[in-house]
Design a protein around this ligand. Structure first.
Ligand SMILES: Cc1ncc(COP(=O)(O)O)c(C=O)c1O
Length: 414
């Protein structure tokens, strides 16, 4: 078998694409280590959106004049890019949403309300972001289904040995997990979970919000039934995300939001729904944002998702090594081989908010808090962690600045 070399990414060169990274705070650029919350935006995306708003903007799917057709082509072109990005069999299976959260709510409501009931089990993991936890917990409660979580082990990896026990408790109908944990960086074994879900007759829902910016996504290889992503974490604008769903399931589901654009016919007696994907896209969509999303996908694809993944892997290895030099730091999460570019840690006796505040004075931006994963915090026995996260524009010197900043934190508050 031929071995394809993964091109090495030149982060220093790519940094020039990001206006924010050129700005100075107290005379130095900020070491922006919070891309897991939201990424910075390259000029290519900003320019594509400005150009679209300046020259091609109109509402889509409505007008027959040329400007409206141009806008519609750009919007639908972005849908094709998303479909190709996740290797969807058809762009009609791609629904634009406001973000991953709305995509996951769409599945929980539109599939869950009609397909769950007493005796059924909804299974998520202890690692989930609230976006893939709370909707399922709520819809399980509304329908009388039971809600179960797959626990993690000491390293922050899912304990798959509990699955047989869960299956014995009822009819598993939904398995919903993230591909990459936003707090620990754990890469979950989604293919295995999908196989198990399908053995149970359940659907598999994948939250790929934290994976899609950093590694190739292939819904056909994963074998899942639904997958959610957010543009703002992958160099695109806020306000747009996407749900990919298996066509047969989307066809069977009732709509989620109701109103203009999603109908076929409306009379005082009855309303019928439009075809996919419009059935799930009520109202005016995130038009310019979708165009920016498409530009972000072009940008990431031009660099190569494999190269981005490898770059972040090297940074994570470096960060874990440097943090291990500080014996007053506790890091959480799996070995680097099964982890994305995210490192959560705590400084002995110092609250993450204080750590982050002092780091900000040093020009280092990281996140401190529960990261929308309170069940995971509970499992770790902490109320919060610090989280440094990396992206294609992160350089090792920024990790050195994080470590130097932490030494200052320890000196001032330790
Ligand atoms: C794993 C994961 N899932 C879902 C979300 C929700 O993303 P959004 O706020 O864009 O809907 C996030 C955001 O941090 C996340 O990291």
């Amino acid at each position: 078998m031929a071995v394809t070399a993964i091109a090495k990414l030149d982060a220093e060169r790519l940094r020039a694409d990001f206006p924010y990274l050129e700005e100075l705070q107290n005379g130095v650029p900020v070491a922006f280590l919070d891309s897991a919350a939201s990424s910075q935006k390259p000029r290519q995306v900003l320019d594509a959106m400005t150009d679209f708003y300046s020259h091609s903007y109109a509402n889509v799917h409505r007008g027959v004049y040329r400007l409206a057709e141009r806008a519609t082509d750009a919007y639908e072109g972005a849908r094709v890019k998303v479909a190709e990005f996740v290797n969807a069999p058809s762009e009609r299976e791609v629904i634009f949403t406001r973000q991953a959260t709305e995509a996951l709510n769409l599945v929980a409501y539109a599939w869950g309300l009609d397909n769950l009931g007493p005796g059924d089990l909804v299974v998520v993991s202890e690692l989930e972001h609230h976006s893939n936890f709370v909707p399922w917990q709520y819809i399980a409660g509304r329908t009388g289904a039971e809600f179960r979580t797959i626990p993690i082990d000491e390293a922050g990896e899912l304990q798959l040995e509990v699955l047989a026990g869960i299956a014995a408790e009822g009819q598993v109908k939904v398995v919903a997990t993230g591909l990459v944990s936003n707090t620990l960086g754990t890469v979950n074994p989604v293919e295995k979970l999908t196989a198990w879900a399908h053995e149970q007759g359940a659907i598999m829902v994948v939250d790929a919000a934290q994976a899609a910016p950093h590694r190739p996504i292939d819904v056909q290889a994963l074998g899942c039934d639904f997958l959610a992503i957010s543009a703002h974490k992958m160099c695109g604008p806020s306000g747009v995300g996407a749900l990919w769903g298996r066509r047969e399931l989307l066809e069977q589901m009732s709509p989620f939001n109701l109103g203009g654009h999603m109908i076929r016919t409306v009379t005082a007696v009855e309303t019928t729904w439009g075809q996919l994907p419009y059935k799930f896209e009520a109202g005016t969509g995130p038009i310019a944002e979708a165009v920016g999303f498409g530009a972000a996908i072009d940008y990431l694809s031009s660099i190569g998702l494999d190269a981005i993944e490898r770059h972040e892997h090297e940074l994570t290895e470096y960060a874990l090594t440097r943090l291990a030099e500080l014996d007053w730091i506790e890091t959480y999460g799996p070995p680097v081989a099964r982890r994305a570019g995210i490192v959560s840690f705590n400084v002995d006796g110092i609250h993450p908010h204080d750590v982050c505040q002092i780091l900000d004075w040093e020009g280092v931006a990281i996140r401190g808090g529960h990261h929308c994963t309170q069940p995971l915090m509970h499992r770790l026995g902490v109320i919060a962690t610090n989280r440094a996260s990396f992206y294609l524009y992160t350089v090792p010197e920024e990790i050195d600045r994080l470590v130097a900043g932490l030494e200052k934190v320890k000196k001032s508050l330790g």
